[in-house]
Design a protein around this ligand. Structure first.
Ligand SMILES: [Cu+2]
Length: 407
């Protein structure tokens, strides 16, 4: 009897001291809920800010909640190459679709990742919540060393307090798979212009792997810094080393710094090809082919991220008026036909389309009237995988006033 009693006491002591209670509780939870995975874990942020936003939400003063998901995927380039990327994506209308636990669920609920990610558009003077979900990787090899990595969003140029600035562990931990973090943003009344969001964890790898997207702040549609425009294009220059990305996917054996050698230079995640009907070429992307009508004013929001490439944006046939940079109005706007832009910079440029430009053309080329190219004049960027002119190049496609359709 004594020995049975002693054994029972020892079992109880072991149960309480070791991991058995956790096992017992999770078995109980599974029995009652049937859930194999826990719900997303919310990383607690700044308490005061959360309280303030809870009050704002109760008063209907939060304009929108954006749910952004991080995952991996492939993007096909116009030369047929499939490149492995990390990126930001979302469900329809940036809605909350909860935790993503399987590849099937991801492919069903989320759009495929895009590099750069889709733009987020905010209005001056409004409050927003941006929720970052880490949906995990699904394309890596089983034993790849990067299968469990965390991310953040840094809202580049918004000059935020550290609590929502997206720098890992300063002060909040980054977001691991199955976790979420809420960024509370109040956009000042007097702020407008072109910004970007990007991951700030191990930035050399995560940014270069494709984790960036445009962020636009506007006071009034079709207006910026007191200038009006008829249509706008966001042109995001970036570069990638497809061999490094494949190594990251397969092995996760991350080589540092100087081993990165970009072999693709992109405009909105695409390259140009001489085959003008290639559907994946920059010029067949409605967000990248600059369509305009005579007499109109076009705003180009030029953005760049990269490893060490300085882009030289050069449209043939047009000088642009640079009216703002890095989210600030220029007191003295200036005209440029070649504009250097490095990683993290943004320029807001207005192009006035003269009346004669739809007729400008050459009789012997296949471009047709009204068409002129715009490209990176840093020639290193105009060569992807050793082939020219497969780089960040697009066209201005200017049409007669009479052809103008309602936007
Ligand atoms: Cu990241």
């Amino acid at each position: 009897m004594i020995s049975i009693k002693n054994n029972f006491s020892r079992f109880i002591a072991m149960f309480l001291q070791q991991k058995y209670p956790l096992f017992f509780l999770s078995t109980l939870l599974f029995t009652f809920t049937g859930a194999v995975y826990p719900e997303e874990i919310v990383i607690p942020g700044d308490k005061k800010l959360e309280e303030e936003f809870s009050g704002l939400r109760n008063k209907n003063k939060v304009e929108k909640e954006f749910h952004i998901y991080v995952t991996d995927g492939y993007q096909e380039m116009a030369d047929g190459e499939l490149i492995y990327f990390w990126g930001f994506t979302h469900a329809k209308e940036f809605s909350d679709v909860g935790e993503i636990k399987t590849k099937e669920e991801r492919d069903k609920k989320l759009l495929p990742i895009k590099v750069p990610g889709d733009a987020i558009r905010l209005t001056s003077g409004k409050n927003y919540v941006v929720v970052l979900h880490n949906a995990g990787w699904y394309e890596t090899e089983k034993h790849s060393g990067i299968n469990h990595v965390a991310h953040t969003i840094h809202f580049h140029g918004l000059d935020l307090i550290p609590a929502v600035d997206g720098v890992p562990d300063l002060p909040y931990t980054p977001v691991f798979p199955g976790e979420i973090f809420r960024y509370f943003l109040t956009i000042p009344e007097d702020l407008e212009g072109s910004y970007m969001g990007h991951c700030h964890v191990d930035t050399t790898n995560h940014l270069m792997a494709g984790m960036y997207f445009p962020l636009i702040v506007e006071k009034t549609p079709n207006e910026i810094y007191g200038y009006t425009f008829d249509r706008e294009y966001t042109l995001f220059m970036s570069e990638v080393d497809s061999e490094y990305m494949e190594m990251l996917r397969a092995e996760g054996n991350i080589r540092r710094g100087l081993d990165w050698k970009s072999n693709y230079f992109m405009l909105n995640g695409r390259i140009f090809t001489n085959n003008l009907t290639n559907p994946l070429s920059t010029i067949n992307d409605p967000k990248t082919r600059i369509v305009a009508y005579e007499g109109e004013t076009v705003l180009v929001r030029l953005m760049a991220v990269g490893y060490n490439h300085i882009y030289a944006w050069h449209p043939h046939g047009y000088h642009g008026l640079v009216i703002g940079t890095d989210g600030r109005k220029l007191s003295y706007p200036y005209e440029k036909d070649t504009l250097l832009i490095g990683s993290g910079e943004r320029y807001d440029i207005l192009y006035k389309i003269p009346d004669f430009s739809s007729k400008r053309g050459c009789s012997s080329c296949n471009y047709g009237p009204g068409i002129s190219i715009a490209h990176d004049h840093n020639m290193m960027g105009m060569v992807s995988q050793g082939k020219y002119p497969q780089g960040p190049q697009t066209i201005f496609d200017v049409r007669q006033k009479s052809m103008r359709l309602e936007k």
